[in-house]
Design a protein around this ligand. Sequence first.
Ligand SMILES: [Fe+2]
Ligand SMILES: [Fe+2]
Length: 169
Amino acid sequence: MAGKTAFASGVVEMLKEDHAKVKGLFEEFESAEGQEQAEIAATAIVELEIHAELEEKLIYPAIREAIDDSDMMNEAVEEHHLVHVLIAELKKLKPKDEKFHAKFCVLSELVKHHIEEEEGEMLPKAERHDIDWDVLEAAVMKRKEALMAKSSKKSGTKSRSAAKSARRG
Ligand SMILES: [Fe+2]
Ligand SMILES: [Fe+2]
């Protein structure tokens, strides 16, 4: 149905915007140093955690129910699991630690691979199926706002976006 396709692109476009943002942060990380690099990493981690929660709690279950490809969905969930493992380990390290840089680069490679599979396979497949995209989009947007509000309260000036909005405000 044409109407449903239009709504599909709302959720899918939001996911692709998140992907582009985090890939941009990975690129900035490569050329940054010191405190700036630590802030870029902290921002990327917040972005990834919010994005992962939206996919795990709302988007993946909706896609899983609509399409018949549990192998693809299980693989995506395992990749998310590794992302969470790496993030938990990064949080225990100081950005100055030489392991931090190596681990963050592995995270970046993993996420870029994962994004390629989502954009190249999972999302096009999902868009061809009958998902109630308008209901999903409303739920995703509501949850995203709540998660962003929670993370900006929690992170203080640790992440770059929080520091920036604090300067703006
Ligand atoms: Fe994603
Ligand atoms: Fe994902």
